[in-house]
Design a protein around this ligand. Structure first.
Ligand code: 5GP
Length: 119
């Protein structure tokens, strides 16, 4: 698996405001924003702003706890607002697993009856 954190990855740039994003929730530690290529209506991503974790395997417990709490908050908001038929929480660790941005992130992917989602 990729282990080297690149401080100039796209999501790091988003946390620093060097790249635009459509923000959903922001705290001192957390940012949730819309996925630029949504697989379904409401597809968004949750990241830690102050953790240099590349993937799920190397995140420390405190950052993971912040991330999971925020991911649940976002999933509940998506559920209340968009009324999907289900929600997938996805995390890809390693390029071979489908990871393309090497700053740990969780996908909140709403699923709707009759709509096929790829990821
Ligand atoms: P991964 O495959 O690494 O788990 O997911 C990366 C996700 O980030 C993909 O769903 C992709 O559409 C999204 N993404 C890639 N570049 C950008 C970007 O510049 N802005 C936003 N908002 N999403 C991005």
């Amino acid at each position: 698996l990729e282990t080297q954190y690149d401080p100039d990855n796209i999501f790091a740039k988003i946390t620093r405001g060097e790249m635009p994003s459509v923000k959903i929730l922001e705290t001192d530690n957390i940012l949730a924003f819309m996925d630029v290529f949504p697989q379904s209506k409401g597809h968004c991503l949750v990241i830690h702003k102050n953790s240099q974790a590349v993937n799920f395997l190397d995140v420390d417990q405190e950052a993971l706890s912040d991330l999971m709490t925020a991911t649940q908050k976002v999933a509940r908001a998506v559920n209340d607002g968009l009324k999907p038929d289900g929600i997938r929480i996805l995390q890809f660790s390693g390029a071979r697993a489908g990871q393309t941005v090497f700053h740990l992130h969780f996908h909140v992917l709403p699923v709707y009856e009759g709509v096929v989602v790829a990821a």
